[in-house]
Design a protein around this ligand. Structure first.
Ligand code: HPA
Ligand code: ZN
Length: 337
Protein backbone atom coordinates (compact mmCIF):
# COMPACT_ATOMS: atom_id res chain seq x y z
CA UNK A 1 0.00 0.00 0.00
CA UNK A 2 1.24 3.50 -0.76
CA UNK A 3 1.56 5.60 2.34
CA UNK A 4 0.46 9.17 1.86
CA UNK A 5 1.87 11.52 4.44
CA UNK A 6 0.36 14.86 5.28
CA UNK A 7 2.71 17.82 4.94
CA UNK A 8 2.94 17.95 8.74
CA UNK A 9 3.85 14.25 9.01
CA UNK A 10 6.41 14.69 6.23
CA UNK A 11 8.00 17.68 8.00
CA UNK A 12 7.95 16.07 11.45
CA UNK A 13 9.68 12.96 10.14
CA UNK A 14 12.18 14.96 8.10
CA UNK A 15 15.69 14.62 9.57
CA UNK A 16 16.64 18.16 10.58
CA UNK A 17 18.66 20.44 12.84
CA UNK A 18 17.89 22.98 15.52
CA UNK A 19 20.64 25.62 15.54
CA UNK A 20 18.94 28.50 17.35
CA UNK A 21 17.11 27.58 20.55
CA UNK A 22 17.64 29.08 24.01
CA UNK A 23 17.52 26.64 26.93
CA UNK A 24 16.01 29.33 29.16
CA UNK A 25 13.25 29.74 26.57
CA UNK A 26 12.58 26.02 26.14
CA UNK A 27 10.64 25.44 29.37
CA UNK A 28 6.99 24.55 28.94
CA UNK A 29 4.84 26.38 31.53
CA UNK A 30 4.16 23.05 33.28
CA UNK A 31 7.92 22.38 33.64
CA UNK A 32 8.46 25.95 34.79
CA UNK A 33 5.85 25.48 37.54
CA UNK A 34 7.35 22.12 38.56
CA UNK A 35 10.80 23.74 38.92
CA UNK A 36 9.35 26.70 40.84
CA UNK A 37 7.65 24.34 43.28
CA UNK A 38 10.78 22.22 43.69
CA UNK A 39 12.90 25.28 44.46
CA UNK A 40 10.37 27.25 46.51
CA UNK A 41 10.36 30.07 43.96
CA UNK A 42 7.23 32.25 43.96
CA UNK A 43 5.70 33.00 40.55
CA UNK A 44 3.24 35.80 39.83
CA UNK A 45 0.94 33.45 37.88
CA UNK A 46 -1.34 30.97 39.63
CA UNK A 47 -1.33 28.26 36.99
CA UNK A 48 0.59 27.18 33.87
CA UNK A 49 -2.45 28.23 31.83
CA UNK A 50 -2.28 31.75 33.29
CA UNK A 51 1.41 31.93 32.41
CA UNK A 52 0.75 30.72 28.88
CA UNK A 53 -1.93 33.39 28.53
CA UNK A 54 0.78 36.00 29.31
CA UNK A 55 2.68 34.99 26.14
CA UNK A 56 1.59 38.02 24.12
CA UNK A 57 4.55 40.26 23.39
CA UNK A 58 4.89 43.74 21.97
CA UNK A 59 8.51 43.37 20.91
CA UNK A 60 11.84 41.75 21.85
CA UNK A 61 12.44 43.77 25.07
CA UNK A 62 8.89 42.99 26.22
CA UNK A 63 9.55 39.27 25.67
CA UNK A 64 13.00 39.40 27.30
CA UNK A 65 11.53 40.83 30.53
CA UNK A 66 9.40 37.70 31.00
CA UNK A 67 12.16 35.39 29.76
CA UNK A 68 14.66 36.75 32.30
CA UNK A 69 12.05 36.69 35.09
CA UNK A 70 11.33 33.01 34.42
CA UNK A 71 15.05 32.19 34.77
CA UNK A 72 14.46 32.35 38.55
CA UNK A 73 13.14 28.77 38.53
CA UNK A 74 16.51 27.34 37.47
CA UNK A 75 18.69 27.11 40.58
CA UNK A 76 20.63 23.86 40.93
CA UNK A 77 22.65 21.52 38.75
CA UNK A 78 19.74 19.10 38.49
CA UNK A 79 17.43 21.90 37.22
CA UNK A 80 19.82 22.66 34.36
CA UNK A 81 20.12 18.94 33.72
CA UNK A 82 16.36 18.32 33.74
CA UNK A 83 15.58 21.35 31.56
CA UNK A 84 18.16 20.21 29.00
CA UNK A 85 16.95 16.60 29.08
CA UNK A 86 13.33 17.73 28.61
CA UNK A 87 14.29 19.90 25.64
CA UNK A 88 16.33 17.13 24.01
CA UNK A 89 13.48 14.62 24.37
CA UNK A 90 11.09 17.07 22.75
CA UNK A 91 13.55 17.87 19.96
CA UNK A 92 13.90 14.18 19.10
CA UNK A 93 10.13 13.84 18.90
CA UNK A 94 10.26 16.74 16.47
CA UNK A 95 12.59 14.82 14.15
CA UNK A 96 15.65 16.87 15.09
CA UNK A 97 18.83 14.80 14.66
CA UNK A 98 21.27 17.50 15.73
CA UNK A 99 20.51 20.26 18.25
CA UNK A 100 22.67 23.19 19.36
CA UNK A 101 21.45 24.80 22.56
CA UNK A 102 22.09 28.42 23.50
CA UNK A 103 22.56 29.14 27.17
CA UNK A 104 23.39 32.48 28.83
CA UNK A 105 25.15 32.08 32.21
CA UNK A 106 24.85 35.76 33.22
CA UNK A 107 21.20 35.46 34.34
CA UNK A 108 22.36 32.88 36.87
CA UNK A 109 25.79 34.13 37.96
CA UNK A 110 23.86 37.29 38.98
CA UNK A 111 22.12 35.09 41.57
CA UNK A 112 25.35 33.49 42.75
CA UNK A 113 24.82 30.16 40.99
CA UNK A 114 28.18 28.52 40.23
CA UNK A 115 29.03 28.15 36.53
CA UNK A 116 29.98 24.53 37.30
CA UNK A 117 26.37 23.75 38.32
CA UNK A 118 25.12 25.07 34.98
CA UNK A 119 27.79 23.46 32.81
CA UNK A 120 27.74 20.07 34.54
CA UNK A 121 23.93 19.95 34.46
CA UNK A 122 23.61 20.91 30.80
CA UNK A 123 26.60 18.97 29.47
CA UNK A 124 25.64 15.87 31.48
CA UNK A 125 22.17 15.85 29.94
CA UNK A 126 23.61 16.34 26.45
CA UNK A 127 26.02 13.45 26.89
CA UNK A 128 23.24 11.20 28.18
CA UNK A 129 21.01 12.03 25.19
CA UNK A 130 23.57 11.51 22.42
CA UNK A 131 23.64 8.26 20.49
CA UNK A 132 24.43 7.19 16.95
CA UNK A 133 21.39 8.94 15.47
CA UNK A 134 21.19 12.01 17.70
CA UNK A 135 23.82 14.64 18.51
CA UNK A 136 23.69 17.86 20.48
CA UNK A 137 25.93 20.59 21.82
CA UNK A 138 26.11 23.78 23.84
CA UNK A 139 26.50 27.36 22.60
CA UNK A 140 27.37 29.79 25.39
CA UNK A 141 25.69 33.14 24.89
CA UNK A 142 26.50 36.54 26.43
CA UNK A 143 24.12 39.46 26.96
CA UNK A 144 24.61 42.41 24.62
CA UNK A 145 22.71 44.76 26.94
CA UNK A 146 25.53 44.32 29.46
CA UNK A 147 29.14 45.47 29.16
CA UNK A 148 31.90 43.94 27.09
CA UNK A 149 33.84 43.40 30.33
CA UNK A 150 30.96 41.27 31.62
CA UNK A 151 31.15 39.20 28.41
CA UNK A 152 34.90 38.69 28.95
CA UNK A 153 34.11 37.40 32.43
CA UNK A 154 31.83 34.74 30.93
CA UNK A 155 34.55 33.74 28.47
CA UNK A 156 37.01 33.26 31.34
CA UNK A 157 34.50 31.37 33.49
CA UNK A 158 33.65 28.76 30.86
CA UNK A 159 37.24 27.96 29.82
CA UNK A 160 37.41 24.78 31.96
CA UNK A 161 34.66 23.34 29.70
CA UNK A 162 36.06 24.74 26.45
CA UNK A 163 36.45 21.36 24.74
CA UNK A 164 32.76 20.58 25.26
CA UNK A 165 31.39 23.93 24.07
CA UNK A 166 30.52 24.21 20.37
CA UNK A 167 30.59 27.99 20.11
CA UNK A 168 30.14 31.42 21.64
CA UNK A 169 27.25 33.73 20.75
CA UNK A 170 25.41 36.82 21.88
CA UNK A 171 21.74 37.66 22.47
CA UNK A 172 19.62 40.09 24.45
CA UNK A 173 18.18 43.52 23.70
CA UNK A 174 19.47 44.44 20.25
CA UNK A 175 18.58 48.07 19.53
CA UNK A 176 21.36 50.32 20.80
CA UNK A 177 23.69 47.34 21.35
CA UNK A 178 25.30 46.72 17.93
CA UNK A 179 27.75 43.88 17.30
CA UNK A 180 30.64 46.39 17.12
CA UNK A 181 30.24 47.06 20.84
CA UNK A 182 31.68 43.56 21.32
CA UNK A 183 34.41 43.56 18.65
CA UNK A 184 37.22 42.89 21.16
CA UNK A 185 35.19 40.14 22.82
CA UNK A 186 34.51 38.32 19.55
CA UNK A 187 38.16 38.58 18.53
CA UNK A 188 39.17 37.08 21.88
CA UNK A 189 36.64 34.25 21.57
CA UNK A 190 37.90 33.49 18.06
CA UNK A 191 41.55 33.63 19.19
CA UNK A 192 40.65 31.19 21.98
CA UNK A 193 39.55 28.82 19.19
CA UNK A 194 35.77 29.07 19.51
CA UNK A 195 33.40 29.23 16.55
CA UNK A 196 31.30 32.38 17.05
CA UNK A 197 27.83 33.60 16.13
CA UNK A 198 25.82 36.69 16.96
CA UNK A 199 22.15 37.68 16.99
CA UNK A 200 21.86 40.56 14.50
CA UNK A 201 19.17 42.07 12.33
CA UNK A 202 16.27 40.72 14.37
CA UNK A 203 14.94 44.12 15.47
CA UNK A 204 18.13 45.93 14.51
CA UNK A 205 18.90 47.41 11.07
CA UNK A 206 20.82 45.86 8.14
CA UNK A 207 23.91 47.79 9.37
CA UNK A 208 24.01 45.46 12.41
CA UNK A 209 24.05 42.43 10.09
CA UNK A 210 26.91 44.04 8.13
CA UNK A 211 28.81 44.53 11.41
CA UNK A 212 28.14 40.90 12.34
CA UNK A 213 29.52 39.75 8.97
CA UNK A 214 32.61 41.95 9.44
CA UNK A 215 33.24 40.40 12.89
CA UNK A 216 34.02 37.15 11.05
CA UNK A 217 31.38 35.05 12.81
CA UNK A 218 30.52 31.57 11.44
CA UNK A 219 26.77 32.17 11.59
CA UNK A 220 24.35 35.04 12.12
CA UNK A 221 21.30 34.45 14.31
CA UNK A 222 18.11 35.88 12.76
CA UNK A 223 19.71 38.27 10.22
CA UNK A 224 16.36 38.87 8.56
CA UNK A 225 16.94 42.63 8.28
CA UNK A 226 19.47 41.81 5.54
CA UNK A 227 16.58 41.28 3.12
CA UNK A 228 16.19 45.07 2.99
CA UNK A 229 19.74 45.48 1.62
CA UNK A 230 20.42 43.68 -1.69
CA UNK A 231 24.20 44.27 -1.52
CA UNK A 232 24.30 42.74 1.96
CA UNK A 233 22.22 39.75 0.81
CA UNK A 234 24.66 39.25 -2.07
CA UNK A 235 27.62 39.35 0.32
CA UNK A 236 25.98 36.87 2.73
CA UNK A 237 25.31 34.57 -0.21
CA UNK A 238 28.83 34.95 -1.64
CA UNK A 239 30.49 34.34 1.72
CA UNK A 240 28.12 31.47 2.51
CA UNK A 241 27.43 32.73 6.04
CA UNK A 242 24.32 30.92 7.29
CA UNK A 243 21.40 32.69 8.96
CA UNK A 244 19.53 30.88 11.73
CA UNK A 245 16.08 32.29 11.04
CA UNK A 246 13.24 31.87 13.56
CA UNK A 247 10.02 32.73 11.71
CA UNK A 248 7.43 32.21 14.47
CA UNK A 249 9.62 34.20 16.87
CA UNK A 250 9.70 37.05 14.35
CA UNK A 251 5.92 36.87 14.04
CA UNK A 252 5.26 36.81 17.80
CA UNK A 253 7.72 39.66 18.46
CA UNK A 254 6.19 41.77 15.69
CA UNK A 255 9.33 41.82 13.57
CA UNK A 256 6.93 40.97 10.72
CA UNK A 257 3.19 41.63 10.51
CA UNK A 258 2.49 38.19 9.03
CA UNK A 259 4.47 35.16 7.84
CA UNK A 260 3.45 36.03 4.28
CA UNK A 261 5.56 39.20 4.77
CA UNK A 262 8.48 37.28 6.25
CA UNK A 263 11.74 37.60 4.25
CA UNK A 264 12.78 33.91 4.57
CA UNK A 265 11.81 33.08 0.98
CA UNK A 266 13.43 36.28 -0.37
CA UNK A 267 16.69 35.41 1.40
CA UNK A 268 16.54 31.79 0.25
CA UNK A 269 15.88 32.76 -3.37
CA UNK A 270 18.77 35.27 -3.20
CA UNK A 271 21.07 32.35 -2.42
CA UNK A 272 21.53 33.11 1.29
CA UNK A 273 22.05 29.96 3.36
CA UNK A 274 18.97 30.21 5.54
CA UNK A 275 18.00 27.66 8.17
CA UNK A 276 14.72 27.48 10.12
CA UNK A 277 14.75 27.28 13.91
CA UNK A 278 12.51 27.82 16.92
CA UNK A 279 14.31 30.33 19.25
CA UNK A 280 12.11 29.94 22.37
CA UNK A 281 9.54 27.35 21.25
CA UNK A 282 6.82 27.37 23.96
CA UNK A 283 6.85 31.17 24.04
CA UNK A 284 6.44 31.53 20.28
CA UNK A 285 4.03 28.69 19.60
CA UNK A 286 6.12 26.18 17.72
CA UNK A 287 9.06 23.82 17.44
CA UNK A 288 11.05 23.40 14.23
CA UNK A 289 8.30 21.40 12.54
CA UNK A 290 5.65 24.07 13.22
CA UNK A 291 8.05 26.75 11.97
CA UNK A 292 8.68 24.86 8.73
CA UNK A 293 5.01 24.08 8.28
CA UNK A 294 3.88 27.66 8.86
CA UNK A 295 6.51 28.98 6.41
CA UNK A 296 5.75 26.39 3.74
CA UNK A 297 2.08 27.39 3.94
CA UNK A 298 2.47 31.16 4.15
CA UNK A 299 5.28 31.49 1.60
CA UNK A 300 4.34 28.70 -0.76
CA UNK A 301 7.72 27.06 -0.36
CA UNK A 302 8.21 24.15 -2.73
CA UNK A 303 9.29 20.77 -1.36
CA UNK A 304 12.73 21.35 -2.90
CA UNK A 305 12.99 24.67 -1.07
CA UNK A 306 12.08 23.05 2.25
CA UNK A 307 14.71 20.37 1.62
CA UNK A 308 17.28 23.05 0.74
CA UNK A 309 16.56 24.79 4.09
CA UNK A 310 17.04 21.52 5.96
CA UNK A 311 20.26 20.71 4.08
CA UNK A 312 21.50 24.24 4.89
CA UNK A 313 21.04 23.29 8.55
CA UNK A 314 23.31 20.26 8.13
CA UNK A 315 25.90 22.42 6.36
CA UNK A 316 25.73 25.14 9.02
CA UNK A 317 25.94 22.75 12.02
CA UNK A 318 29.08 22.49 14.16
CA UNK A 319 29.62 18.79 13.52
CA UNK A 320 32.44 16.65 12.12
CA UNK A 321 32.49 16.14 8.36
CA UNK A 322 31.63 12.46 8.96
CA UNK A 323 28.53 13.42 10.95
CA UNK A 324 27.58 16.01 8.33
CA UNK A 325 27.71 13.34 5.62
CA UNK A 326 25.69 11.02 7.88
CA UNK A 327 22.98 13.69 8.35
CA UNK A 328 22.74 14.28 4.59
CA UNK A 329 22.58 10.50 4.01
CA UNK A 330 19.77 10.10 6.54
CA UNK A 331 17.79 12.81 4.76
CA UNK A 332 18.41 11.20 1.37
CA UNK A 333 17.21 7.85 2.77
CA UNK A 334 14.08 9.48 4.24
CA UNK A 335 13.23 11.09 0.91
CA UNK A 336 13.77 7.80 -0.90
CA UNK A 337 11.78 5.76 1.59
N1 HPA B 1 16.86 37.65 20.56
C1 HPA B 1 17.72 38.07 21.48
N2 HPA B 1 17.91 37.45 22.63
C2 HPA B 1 17.19 36.34 22.87
C3 HPA B 1 16.27 35.88 21.97
C4 HPA B 1 16.11 36.56 20.74
O1 HPA B 1 15.32 36.19 19.87
N3 HPA B 1 15.71 34.77 22.52
C5 HPA B 1 16.29 34.59 23.71
N4 HPA B 1 17.18 35.56 23.94
ZN1 ZN C 1 17.57 33.83 19.81
Amino acid sequence: MIEIKTQEEFLRGLPKTELHMHLEGSLEPETLFMLARRNGVALRWDTPEALRAAYAFRDLPDFLALYFEACAVLCMERDFHDATAAYLRRAREDGVLHAEIFFGPQSFTDRGIPVAAMMDGILGAIEAAEDETFSAGLLVSVHRHRSEDAAFEVLRAILPWRDRILGIGMGGAEIGNPPDKFARFFRAAQEAGFPTMVHAGEEGPPAYVRQALDLGVQRIDHGVAAAADPALMADLAAQGVPLTVCPLSNLRLNVVASLADHPLATLLRAGVRVTVNSDDPPYFGGWVTENLLACADAMDLSRDEVIQIVRNGFDAAFVSEARRADLHARLTAYLAG
